[in-house]
Write a protein that binds this ligand. Structure first.
Ligand SMILES: Nc1ncnc2c1ncn2[C@@H]1O[C@H](COP(=O)(O)OP(=O)(O)OP(=O)(O)O)[C@@H](O)[C@H]1O
Length: 594
């Protein structure tokens, strides 16, 4: 029950403020009934005083003074309610955004690669401002308040004329029913178009970020992307317009019924009270008619809006209820230095939801303290192996052992803390250099000595020191005074981040693809030193890098087809030797030509 969850959520936010908000709202709900009674008394008092009753004059004055008091109280309570409203709204907005972010960090990679979960996230992000959660809470109170007003006022009204009261109470019904139906339809439409909305945001993103600017501009993709976006948005618009048209026609007709019914009731009231000469009752009655009409309408529409908002809010709660970290670790601490090494034993892997066998019986060993290079054509499964080693995914079958212990037995956070990794698609943090490197070991990011050492290891120290504010220079151009780096410089920064971790296992997925040959040779020549003797797995396509590794594993279509040291593999004259010669002959031909 979403209303209950919203109520509980608010209660946890601040029991004191929520109690005060509820109390003040309900007090305000009693005001219309009090005003009706006092207006009736005042008007009747004046009418009686005109006919010579002196006491009636005093009674009219007293009722008038009480009306003044009620008016002042209503103003003070209203102002206080407004203040509480602002406080609760601010608090909630901050908290919902935080919950959504926190949840995002607790999901598995698999969920990020699943379009259905992504749709769920998209729906939840639409609610992440907290606006709708707050709306449901205030609507709940609004409905309760209108109910109190309605009950107290209709007590008066029913005592005068039950039939008129009934007509007025029921008159908003038809338009409310139509509102509920249309709200449901609007929700269904929005739900079904989540994937298209994501697509539209994506086109928008491509045309509004620096990462995509160059290609979009030079391939002149702007008009095409705008066209794709506009076509989608127009489809949304056409559907929404049709719905809005139907809703206003039906809503308008039913609204007319409602107005006719309440106006008829007013006429009827005038007719009956005039005959009986009850001027005070007529005045109170007229005010009560308005009040009941407003409250009944407000309450029923509040319920309808609650219904609609709860449907949307279900998306936020669905997202917050997504299963977290399904990949579980054990309790064993990860070793600070590997004794034996890492072994892949008959590892098979199929990405969930696909039938494609990406790794098929992969077995090889990374001896402790050695550097193993993983080579193979695009799509052969190299990065997937890294995802398994870092436990972003679990093997479909087979085992990965670290020092003869299955990796599932190690504490998951501890295992990930002990692996320094950079992926091909590393992040370019639009933050100062110090953070870009220091985030490799978040708790040590203020340690300038360590940050500088990591930069030296990756050959980044030279250009960093030449930056306007050295390690405090903000990188990228998103923020003020940001400094943009070259592709290779960014890669050196990412490499520094991996070294910053000082982990016993280092995994580098194409770490030097954009780095110049000299720097690459320098980094790999000293890899053992800079990685503090870590066990390293390096994925590379350049054989100049690969040959420096202690061992080489060649992967083809998810299978290990060769492994050994460089010289042995050359002698074996297999796939590795052929690929090596292709690259080498390219360089030699160039060098030999005049
Ligand atoms: N998230 C995913 N979901 C489904 N299939 C995937 C996913 N990621 C990769 N694949 C598929 O798995 C196979 C291996 O991909 P992987 O990224 O491991 O290759 P790679 O050897 O690292 O390639 P490259 O040299 O191009 O980086 C490819 O066929 C790819 O299409």
């Amino acid at each position: 029950m979403i209303w209950l969850r919203v109520g509980t959520l608010f209660w946890r936010l601040s029991p004191l403020r929520v109690s005060a908000f509820t109390g003040v709202s309900l007090l305000l709900a009693l005001i219309p009934a009090a005003q009706i009674g006092l207006v009736a008394a005042a008007v009747q008092g004046v009418a009686d005083a005109v006919t010579g009753d002196r006491d009636a004059g005093r009674a009219a004055l007293t009722a008038g003074a009480a009306l003044l008091g009620v008016g002042l109280a209503s103003h003070v309570l209203g102002t206080f309610l407004q203040y509480l409203d602002t406080l609760l709204r601010l608090e909630l907005t901050a908290r919902v955004g935080e919950w959504v972010m926190r949840k995002g960090t607790m999901l598995d990679l698999q969920q990020y690669e699943d379009a259905e979960v992504y749709d769920k996230m998209q729906r939840a992000f639409q609610e992440s401002s907290g606006g709708r959660v707050y709306q449901v809470f205030t609507q709940l109170l609004e409905v309760a308040r209108e109910l109190v007003t309605l009950v107290t006022v209709s007590v008066v009204l029913f005592s005068w004329s039950p039939w008129i009261a009934l007509v007025i109470l029921l008159s908003p019904m038809p338009s409310v029913v139509s509102y509920v139906l249309f709200s449901h339809r609007a929700y269904e439409i929005e739900y079904d178009r989540t994937a298209d909305r994501r697509r539209a945001y994506y086109y928008q993103h491509l045309t509004t970020t620096d990462h995509s600017y160059k290609e979009v501009r030079l391939f002149q993709l702007g008009p095409h992307l705008v066209d794709l976006y506009t076509r989608l948005i127009r489809t949304f618009f056409d559907v929404d317009r049709r719905l809005a048209r139907k809703q206003s026609v039906l809503g308008g007709v039913l609204g007319l019924l409602s107005v006719a019914a309440s106006s008829g009731a007013v006429l009827w009231a005038i007719h009956t009270t005039t005959h009986a000469g009850q001027v005070g009752q007529l005045a109170g009655y007229l005010q009560a008619v308005g009040s009941v009409q407003v409250s009944a309408h407000g309450m029923l529409l509040g319920i309808a809006a609650l219904y609609k908002d709860s449907l949307f809010l279900g998306n936020l709660f669905d997202f917050l209820a997504l299963p977290e970290r399904q990949i579980k670790g054990g309790t064993r601490p990860f070793p600070d230095t590997l004794r034996k090494g890492i072994e892949f034993r008959d590892v098979r892997f199929v990405y969930p939801g696909t039938g494609h066998v990406v790794l098929d019986g992969v077995s090889f060993t990374l001896p402790a303290g050695e550097c193993v290079a993983l080579v193979g054509q695009n799509g052969s499964g190299k990065t997937t192996l890294v995802k398994l080693l870092t436990r972003l995914y679990e093997p479909t079958s087979g085992q990965i052992l670290v020092d003869d212990v299955p990796i599932e037995e190690y504490d998951l956070d501890d295992l990930q803390r002990h692996i320094g990794v950079i992926f091909q698609d590393f992040i370019r943090y639009e933050l100062p250099v110090r953070d870009n490197i220091g985030l490799g070991s978040v708790e040590a990011r203020e340690d300038t000595g360590r940050v500088a050492e990591a930069a030296r290891a990756a050959g980044a120290d030279g250009f960093v020191e030449a930056l306007p504010r050295g390690y405090d220079t903000t990188l990228g151009r998103h923020f003020e005074d940001g400094h943009q780096l070259s592709g290779g410089q960014w890669q050196k920064i990412a490499l520094s981040r991996a070294f910053m971790r000082r982990a016993p296992v280092v995994v580098l997925d194409e770490p030097t693809a954009s780095i110049d040959a000299e720097a690459e040779a320098e980094i790999f020549g000293r890899l053992k030193d800079v990685a503090h003797g870590a066990t390293a797995l390096v994925i590379a396509h350049r054989f100049a890098t690969v040959r420096m590794a202690d061992r080489i594993v060649v992967l083809e279509n998810g299978k290990v087809i060769e492994h050994g040291v460089h010289q042995d593999l050359l002698r074996a004259d297999g796939v590795y030797a052929r690929l090596f010669r292709i690259q080498a002959s390219g360089y030699l031909t160039e060098a030999a030509s005049p």
